[in-house]
Design a protein around this ligand. Sequence first.
Ligand code: GLV
Ligand code: MG
Length: 354
Amino acid sequence: MRSAKDFFAPLAVGAPTPLREVPVRPSRMIHFFDPSNPKMAAKVPALVGEVDVLLGNLEDAVKAENKEAARQGLVDIARATDLGEHTQLWTRVNALDSPWALDDLTTLVTEIGDRLDVVMVPKVQGPEDIHYVDRLLAQLEARAGLTRPVLVHAILETARGMANVEAIAGASPRMQGISLGPADLAADRRMKTTRVGGGHPGYLVRRDPVDGDVGGDRPTYQQDLWHYTIARMVDACAMHGILPYYGPFGDIADVVACEDQFRNAFLLGCVGAWTLHPRQIDVARSVFSPSAEDVAHAWRVKEAMGDGTGAVMLDGRMEDDASLKQCLVVLELAERLAATDPALAELYGAGERA
Ligand code: GLV
Ligand code: MG
């Protein structure tokens, strides 16, 4: 058993001290690119400042023969690109049981560890995977002389990972967050879908028959396949002070359903989602930034609640300590986003005055 006192001690001599809090930088969209694809790589500089997170993907969607080119491409891009103040650089390394993971971590941390904010680890099965990465990163950080720890993000995409999600979230002070990986999770669970994220028309409830007429008019309502998974992931993350994310939505043309999935995740507590195509970037930005109306309402409740105790009536609705706490969550997020996004600062400022 490890003593609680040791939890924040570096895991290698010379490694930076682990952080006590996850840095709260905006991460509404984690934009994936393939560093082995010269066309995608050429677009990276134009995305700086446009997206909260740029993620160089080394795992699935990169062909086996391009794995090394992707790794080297990411090193080159990280060195050549000025990421400005507001865009973070993340990577998704290959799975820990693959032939590439060790070289991915070794190369990236020793070559560009000072530029890399977060390493996303796919197909995490349990806390033991995080412990392995934790120690290895500490050794590599020490070798590279890094002064700030590289954080770790787990993808929730195996049934075992799902069963262990709370232990994964709390496995290390390096844990920054967890993303839903709906495609791999569906396969690992032996679900019968064939999509990357989103709902399914066959997963539904139907209205009861009227007067026993089972063939009569009985509207159906599509249900959300991911509700349980996201809700449990959000609880695991909140419990450990780390951040939950929706993952990929594969139907690039269907920006409407993409927005619905992202919004469900936002309302349940997620802070962002992956974007696989530029057209999903604005969807994520708008969904994961609170609306001007919600911010204005939150301000009204805050003002009406005075010292924060008791209850008041606003527009026929009861507001009390607990609704104020929800409003403070919205206001804190709005304030944080407005600090780096002038358009939002103006939008929320107008809402505040309304
Ligand atoms: C993402 O990696 C997924 O499997 O959905
Ligand atoms: Mg996956």
